[in-house]
Design a protein around this ligand. Structure first.
Ligand SMILES: *Cc1c(COP(=O)(O)O)cnc(C)c1O
Length: 223
């Protein structure tokens, strides 16, 4: 068994049954992805459009591609024909563009709203109050081709796991509030994308349904 297959096997034994694993393959070469694929992995996450475009052509057709990184609206058109979930919608403008491109290619594109809960200046996402305000605006209801399917966040990048847990807890409370107030009758709004290699345990304690894991599967990335 390859190291990647072993890593996947170990990880699967650690994930709650309700949690799906996104294998974050950014910066890793195709042979590494193939090893994960042969070990049964089907959901892969990439964070750069050009890299994703290249990999799509080289991997089997039944891979589910998730775009997990910051996405510029002008690049949505490249991934709209095949992307299965866009994790990090951080502006109304990006959501509107996903809607536009979904309409163009005739696909309802699933996406998650990114909330900024980390105690850091540098991360993208709606602030909690901005997100609530955007939801109350009702503007998103016009976007029938952008299928809002839940939320995504990144916790503060720290070894203080109480801090990390508090971030996930805040995101989950917001998810539950938005679910109750705006999507009570919509079964599509159900995903909580949080947790990476170093904090997926904490994420699972706070409602994660998707964990995005790279290093624990593929090893360190070379930039
Ligand atoms: C790279 C990345 C991950 C994976 O991080 P690891 O620490 O390697 O597990 C998860 N989410 C996002 C948004 C990323 O960019």
């Amino acid at each position: 068994m390859t190291a990647i297959a072993q890593n996947l096997q170990r990880l699967r034994s650690q994930l709650l049954p309700s949690v799906k694993l996104v294998a974050v393959s950014k910066f890793h070469p195709i042979p590494a992805l193939i090893q994960a694929y042969e070990a049964g992995q089907r959901i892969f996450g990439e964070s750069r459009v050009q890299e994703l475009q290249q990999k799509v052509g080289e991997m089997p057709a039944d891979v589910e591609w998730h775009f997990i990184g910051h996405l510029q609206p002008n690049k949505v058109k490249y991934i709209a024909p095949y992307v299965s979930l866009i994790h990090a919608v951080d502006t109304p403008k990006l959501l509107a563009e996903i809607d536009k491109q979904g309409r163009r290619v005739g696909r309802r594109i699933r996406c998650l709203l990114q909330v900024h809960v980390a105690r850091e200046e540098t991360k993208f996402g709606f602030l909690p109050d901005e997100l609530l305000e955007f939801m109350r605006s009702g503007q998103w209801r016009e976007h029938e081709w952008a299928q809002i399917s839940g939320m995504m966040c990144m916790a503060t990048n720290t070894d203080d796991m109480q801090r990390v847990s508090a971030d996930f807890e805040q995101a989950h409370k917001l998810f539950l509030q938005i679910k109750r107030d705006f999507f009570a009758a919509d079964e599509h709004f159900r995903e909580c994308s949080w947790g990476m290699s170093h904090d997926f345990e904490e994420a699972m304690q706070h409602g994660a349904t998707l964990v995005r894991i790279g290093t624990d599967i593929f090893g360190e990335r070379e930039y």
